[in-house]
Write a protein that binds this ligand. Sequence first.
Ligand SMILES: Nc1ncnc2c1ncn2[C@@H]1O[C@H](COP(=O)(O)OP(=O)(O)O)[C@@H](O)[C@H]1O
Ligand SMILES: [Mg+2]
Length: 396
Amino acid sequence: MMAPAAAELGVGLRVLVEDPESSAAQVVTDAPVGVASDDAAIRSLIAPGDGRAPAAVLTFEHEHVPNALLQDLIDHGTPVRPGPDALVQAQDKIVMRRRLAELGLPCPRWAALPTDPAAARDALAAFLADEAGHEAVVKTSRGGYDGKGVRVVSSPDDVADWLEAAADGAPALLVERKVPFVRELAALVARRPSGEVRTWPVVESVQRDGVCAEVVAPAPDLDPAVEAEARRIAVAVAEGLDVTGVLAVELFETREADGTAAVWVNELAMRPHNSGHWTIDGAVTSQFEQHLRAVLDLPLGDTAARAPWTVMANVLGSSLGSLTDALPELLARFPEARVNLYGKGIRPGRKLGHVNVSGTDLGEVRRRAVAAAALLRGEATESTESTESTESQEHA
Ligand SMILES: Nc1ncnc2c1ncn2[C@@H]1O[C@H](COP(=O)(O)OP(=O)(O)O)[C@@H](O)[C@H]1O
Ligand SMILES: [Mg+2]
């Protein structure tokens, strides 16, 4: 998704891909194959040694990169953005919670669990005893994504397998208060090495089974004070952790009995993020273009929304042989839809693409984005939505 933005700005992208069939390799012509944990692969990505100029900057689309190597690259003159000191906060949820607490940012009550299983059981039991409902959320500190390292527990027995694994060298565990949130929000910010920061409108992210299903931009009925607080937190994280490039801050919104709302930091992603895919079509500057601008230390673009509402619907798994089979019907029924397919192999629940729809009527925009994504999943949807709204706009 960064390739079109790079082409427009005349930025050459050289991408290290794990598989020549991968999404990035389908659209970036300069895509050597290798793994991100391989020192030699990363070194030759930066300096191919075939007469071509070395890369001006190294950046990432995921957080699983070796920090010692990154520090060595920096020591030898290659800018790495974001830098390893920032990146570790997005790689390790224990490191992140500690640092956010130091910065005074609002986090749910949490504790790191000891490595020893018996001690971990005691610590977890004590944590649960202090929680209303005696429930909490246990997470693996590293390597989790799409809810795979997250479990709601009411007893240490519920994570007996994880406690044993952690003692055997698997990533350490932490426990958090189960936040009684009314919804999940995300705040997206970009920051340049020279200090300029820009935030996008704060969005609502709708999660199903730990996976983002939809994003509504901006978050409907968001109290302006909460929106300002969410943006303030995003900037404070970016500045406090010296993040360069795009940073997504996942947030929980809670509401007290008296109606006052508050936000709490869930986790961080230091890269363009699913909660920002709406910006590709719905904002003046997309998160992908902004990430390139930021890591190249170029002036940042306008983050304003292009329409009152944009809804992004993820395509999670599909029963079709190929997603493109759905295009004739989808494009005919939803001419305003912006379809983005990732060229990935189909697997149950996998993020295979997304659809953005923008407009003035939130209910209609959301219904149409979700229905278009459902067609790509191979679900038959009622054709009641027709193209009425588009026609009436054309007549207007
Ligand atoms: N402390 C918590 N309280 C309530 N729900 C949580 C908590 N932590 C995570 N969740 C739920 O689990 C989802 C995934 O957790 P997250 O830490 O973001 O893991 P991942 O790295 O898989 O995205 C969140 O989006 C949220 O729906
Ligand atoms: Mg998350």
